[in-house]
Design a protein around this ligand. Sequence first.
Ligand code: 13P
Ligand code: SF4
Length: 346
Amino acid sequence: MKKDNTPPEILAQIRDRKNELGEELLILTHHYQRSSIVDLGDFKGDSFDLSRKAANSKASRIVFCGVHFMAESARILCAERQTVQIPDEEAGCWMSDMADHVMVQRAWNELVAVVPTDKVMPVTYMNSDAVIKAFCGQAGGIVCTSSNAGKAFAWGFAQREKIFFFPDQHLGQNTANQMGIAPDEIVIWDPAKPLGGNAPQALEQARVILWKGYCLVHTRFTIAQMESMRKKNPGAQIVVHPECTQEVVNLADAVGSTSFIVDYVTKAAPGSRIIIGTEINLVQRLADDHPEKTVLPLYESFCPNMYKISPGKLLQAIEQPDRNKVAVPTDIQAGAVLALERMLAL
Ligand code: 13P
Ligand code: SF4
């Protein structure tokens, strides 16, 4: 794991500026942020907690310490008089880049040429651009996060026969498995191939169509790592994020969003041994926060995008209210808010 060498005077300056600004400023931090950032924040959470917090906040300025799609969702959900800043505009997400709106629109057009539109519900993972969320909102669909994907799928199935889920194949697969959907009713949509690489008949029969996207941080976890860690740590529990492959999820003792993982460790009895398959900054912080338990990484998997947010850049954002303001065009905002609010209402 990278060593955080932030000079103490930067941390002190951020604290001073926070005290001066009081309730005017809200600093939101995702669980994968480095500990110095989480310590400086007002609220930490998973992507769902943070979107809800942004939607309900009264602060005139929100500084979002996470990746771009998260800050963008906060921008969409809060009021016009509020501003949302991201300390580094380059903090993107590899997975969300795997489905741009041109690709998704093309896929949708191909799909609805085979299966009528009123039979397919588009569901996008929070890890996607605002344009994709807007597309879903306008097509009657919804956004979900890793903490409510099951509810979003159930919501979709209550209205339409099939779900088209993007961009994370694995979250979609794990959610469909948990709902008891048969393997032959799940197909993968490869955006590089016509009809996603499927025969029209397979799409007619499918209940779940999964975009072939993935998170590099979570697909690094393997069954071999799990077996080796279990051998070295008899009696340990393994808990993983649902962006891991279904083989890993099926072998784990528990699966859930980053907030679920935090709760799991917090509620475990002293002396427990827990092995975690998610981003290393969260695992390391849980280990530091719970010395009475043994918390180990399944493997040290690091998200460089999340790490782009540093205390120095946070200080710049606080000191310069116009720096890196997140903006979403009005027409996109209008569609995206529909899909996000449907999620918040689940
Ligand atoms: P959470 O929804 O669990 O916060 O996860 C977001 C994410 O990007 C995981 O890689
Ligand atoms: Fe994106 Fe994966 Fe990083 Fe999450 S961990 S922000 S999905 S690249």
